[in-house]
Design a protein around this ligand. Structure first.
Ligand SMILES: [Zn+2]
Length: 414
């Protein structure tokens, strides 16, 4: 029976839906610009709802616009199993980041409904709201609010660049879906599975079709502000200057040296750097920059991150320095029971697979703290992602959906 479900996965149907969903927000270079809670996303959600209706799934939506499409189980009062990902994209994103996980999940429940063998628990396809965080920062908003990591009231005032708030944008989506029944935030769930493109080159390099994701890399982010004093470039002697840029260069150089590791496992990035007033004949009075630090090992990221304030203080020269830590997400390991279940499913289906860690963040991070969670990766060409050129093969897409369907069916029968 279990092999029957995997065999029912229809590669062409899954691929066609991937191509159809990619039309909402399609860019001229073959990518997708489907920002969270945008009109393009509202249209894409309508397509999901139409597919769900044709399969006989029950839709629902919560106050954070997380969208659920339920294949009712034999015992519908038990907490359901959730499977899915997100359908918002980066402004110059690809067709598959997130969308793959939602449509692979839809294909999985479609296969089950065709087979006519309902699992014990209800299985719900989920599209989490605003995973990317490119319109409204930070990302993973829907999953954070659902799992209680953040409060709905805290995300409502967040603005995009045009000054629209999450509250206004949410209202547009929920108005467009006013016929869809409402669900409470954080209803009890039995588990969560997310299929996703790898966004790296490991699977491709190892010639594997699927990845059993063992965990997610830890991440800490900081904002550093260095305050000096603006003064005349022609008249101010070096001895009295308080040059914020000179101090910033010293701080950055010291940080780079401290974060250097022989094994090349530390991911340390200064991706934003602003000098003001940023004019040629004024000694810079202020520098503002970001730090993004990531590592697999909890002790390493703790130790390195904790060194940052001291290094900043020691190298600030005559300037003032303010250090703000915005985010500290420790590395996490998914439960071994989920990993081995996914690996066993892949093995039974004769799909080549390996275990690997996810360097990128996913909604599965927040679900991990809420219920037993697992992730499945499929390869993407040259590891290119967050890019319009993102590419996968129909065969890999179907293989991932088969593993997802089989694992989900087993879990939902528990
Ligand atoms: Zn994603």
């Amino acid at each position: 029976m279990i092999a029957g479900i995997a065999q029912r996965i229809d590669e062409d149907r899954l691929w066609q839906r991937l191509m159809d969903l990619a039309k909402f927000g399609a860019t001229s270079k073959g990518g997708v610009c489907r920002l969270a809670l945008s009109n393009e996303e509202i249209q894409a959600r309508a397509a999901l709802l139409a597919w769900a209706k044709s399969i006989g799934l029950k839709p629902s939506v919560d106050a954070a616009a997380n969208l659920f499409l339920a294949l009712e189980g034999r015992e519908p009062r038990l907490p359901p199993l959730l499977i899915g990902s997100h359908i918002d994209s980066q402004p110059t994103g690809g067709k598959f980041d997130g969308a793959y996980g939602v449509l692979a999940a839809l294909e999985a429940v479609h296969a089950m409904s065709e087979l006519g063998d309902r699992p014990r628990r209800t299985i719900e396809v989920v599209a989490w709201m605003n995973e990317e965080g490119s319109r409204f920062a930070p990302g993973m908003m829907g999953s954070a609010v659902f799992t209680g990591r953040r409060k709905l009231a805290d995300i409502l005032p967040v603005q995009d660049r045009a000054g629209s708030t999450v509250e206004t944008a949410l209202r547009c989506v929920l108005d467009a879906e006013r016929d869809v029944p409402r669900r409470p935030l954080g209803f009890p769930i039995a588990g969560f599975l997310e299929a996703h493109i790898e966004q790296g080159i490991t699977l491709e390099q190892q010639g594997c079709t699927a990845g059993v994701v063992t965990g997610i890399q830890g991440k800490r982010t900081f904002r550093i502000e260095i305050i000096g004093e603006e003064s005349h470039a022609g008249t101010t002697p070096r001895s009295v200057r308080r040059n914020a840029l000179t101090s910033a260069v010293a701080v950055v150089d010291a940080l780079q040296k401290a974060m250097w590791d022989e094994a090349d496992t530390v991911r340390f990035t200064i991706g934003m750097f602003e000098v003001s007033p940023n004019v040629p004949s004024v000694v810079p009075g202020k520098v503002h920059f970001s730090i993004d630090l990531r590592h697999d090992n909890a002790h390493v990221i703790e130790r390195l991150g904790n060194m940052i304030p001291g290094i900043c203080e020691a190298n600030r020269g005559r300037c003032e320095i303010a250090i703000r830590e915005l985010l500290y997400d420790a590395p996490l390991q998914f439960p071994e029971e989920m990993c081995s279940r996914i690996a066993t499913a892949a093995q039974r289906l004769c799909i080549s697979h390996m275990r690997l860690q996810s360097p990128a963040g996913h909604d599965a991070r927040y679900l991990h703290y809420f219920c037993p969670t697992g992730m499945i990766f499929i390869p993407c060409k040259d590891g290119i992602s967050h890019n319009e050129a993102e590419s996968i093969t129909p065969a890999d897409a179907a293989a991932g959906a088969r593993i997802l369907a089989q694992t989900a069916f087993e879990l939902a029968n528990q």
